[in-house]
Structure formats: structure tokens, C-alpha cells
Design a protein around this ligand. Sequence first.
Ligand SMILES: CC(C)(COP(=O)(O)OP(=O)(O)OC[C@H]1O[C@@H](n2cnc3c(N)ncnc32)[C@H](O)[C@@H]1OP(=O)(O)O)[C@@H](O)C(=O)NCCC(=O)NCCS
Length: 252
Amino acid sequence: MTVTNAIVRMVGLPDLEHILAEYGEAIKALPAEESANLLSRPYDEFKAAVENGLFFVIENTAGNFMASAGVFDLATPGEKELGMCFVKKGWRGYGLQTLLLHIRICAATLGQVPDTNADNAATKSYAALITGVKPANARSAANTGEIGFEPLATPSAALFIACAACRTPLASDPGRRCCCDFFSLSDARRAEVIEKSLEMENWSRTRNSDRLIVTLKIRHLQDPQFRKALQGIAHELRSGNPNNHRPNNCRT
Ligand SMILES: CC(C)(COP(=O)(O)OP(=O)(O)OC[C@H]1O[C@@H](n2cnc3c(N)ncnc32)[C@H](O)[C@@H]1OP(=O)(O)O)[C@@H](O)C(=O)NCCC(=O)NCCS
């Protein structure tokens, strides 16, 4: 059995160009139908996600890129979008998309604690977590569905703003506003993901006779105060705290 050690960590501003280059290369090198699934965002949005501490990379001990993904602010403050997930070909099959979903759900939840004194219902909620998946992307649909994302009945207009910069505009389906379908995470499933993430010591998966062990260098899951905060949030999400209303446009 071969064992590869890796880490997952937050991306910093010095990593920007290197990470973008990985996406640029992948877009060129992947087969067209797969490259179309790689929904990269405009530079400013990518940079903002990095500045918000909401972009993560998995790399081996030599610092070579394996996978990456982020969370993006939308024009509506009550929503955040998980996107730009990419697992490099040689590292597929170890569940790295699922690992990156766990980490982003924890980090995005911790990054926006509701203001319970505010009058506006949206500021009393944790931002709804939404993701877009192309109908043909069966692997992503399976991974996001398994973790708990459910179809979003009425996606907000803010989700369609990114369409202006999309590399793969709509084909000839007149009923579609976007090439993606949108999904959101219920409070109960979000609590479940947070609790599972807090139990993780590392991410270890075996494919054939190759083992990958990813050490979690994520302060949201390491720092005792952050962990305590996440435990409290999971409890609150499960108990259906009346201060924790979801925005009206969320089905779940
Ligand atoms: C979608 C993606 C992130 C999934 O990667 P991953 O987390 O490694 O996938 P999983 O670990 O769940 O893979 C499970 C199985 O599917 C296979 N698989 C994963 N991605 C695949 C792909 N794009 N095509 C064919 N098979 C794939 C894996 O090899 C594995 O097979 P196995 O069970 O026989 O070992 C990755 O395929 C990718 O980066 N695709 C291009 C960009 C993209 O689609 N991003 C998501 C946008 S919503």
C-alpha cells in the first residue's frame, strides 16, 4: 500500500496566482464536457473569497496542488454560494469534494453569526448555503446530495448575476435561466455536517491500494474556541431557534 500525506488549509493572498493557474490549466486540459463543469468565478470574486478566509486548498507535503474550492458572497447578504470545486485528475476518488464541502460549510457558518438584535429577519439567520451543479455533472450531484443539499425551489436573482461571466452560456433550452440547478442545505443537515466535521481527526481514504491521508490544518476545526462556537451553532440549528429563520426564498 502506498500512502500519500496531504493537508487542507485556507488559501492566502500569496497563493492567489498559483491557484488560479491550476484552474486555468485545468480549463484548457480537461475534456470539454468536464471543463464546462469547472465553474470558475471572476478574479474579484475569487479574491474576495480568499480575503474572507473562505477558499481552501488540498496539497501534498511538497505543496503540489490536489484540489480546491471556495465560498462566495452573493448580492443578497442572507445567502452564500459554494463553488469552484476542482479535484485534479490523479486525486479523484478519495472524496475530496466531500471533504471540501464539510470544511466550507463549517467555515461559512462560523463566518456569519446572526445579529439577534437586528429587526431584519435575514440578519437574524445564518446565511443560507447554496450550490449550483450542472445537470450533467452526476458526480457532483451525488456528492452534494449525499451531504444534504436539496433542490432550491425559487433561486434568488442574486444567483444569476454570475451568469454574465459564465464561460458556458445556455444551450438551446428556453426554460432555463442558468446552466446550473441550485441546491440549498437545511438547518438539520448543516448541523449534521458540522458535528461530523468536529469529529474528524483527519480525512483518510483508500482507493485500490493507495491511501491518502489529509491533515486538517483548518483553524475553524482546530481552535478550541471556534470548535465550541461550532458545537453551539449545531445545537442551535437542530433546536430550530426562533431567531434562526431562513430567508423566504429558501425551500428548506
Ligand atoms: C466533481 C469532482 C470535484 C469530484 O471529485 P472527487 O471528490 O474526487 O470525486 P469522488 O471521490 O466522489 O469520486 C467517486 C468516484 O467517481 C470517480 N470520479 C470522480 N470524478 C469523476 C469524473 N469527473 N469523471 C469520472 N469519474 C469521476 C472517482 O474516480 C471515483 O471512482 P471510484 O469510486 O471507482 O474510485 C471532480 O470530478 C472534478 O473536479 N471535476 C471537474 C470540475 C467539477 O465538476 N467541479 C464541480 C462543479 S459543481
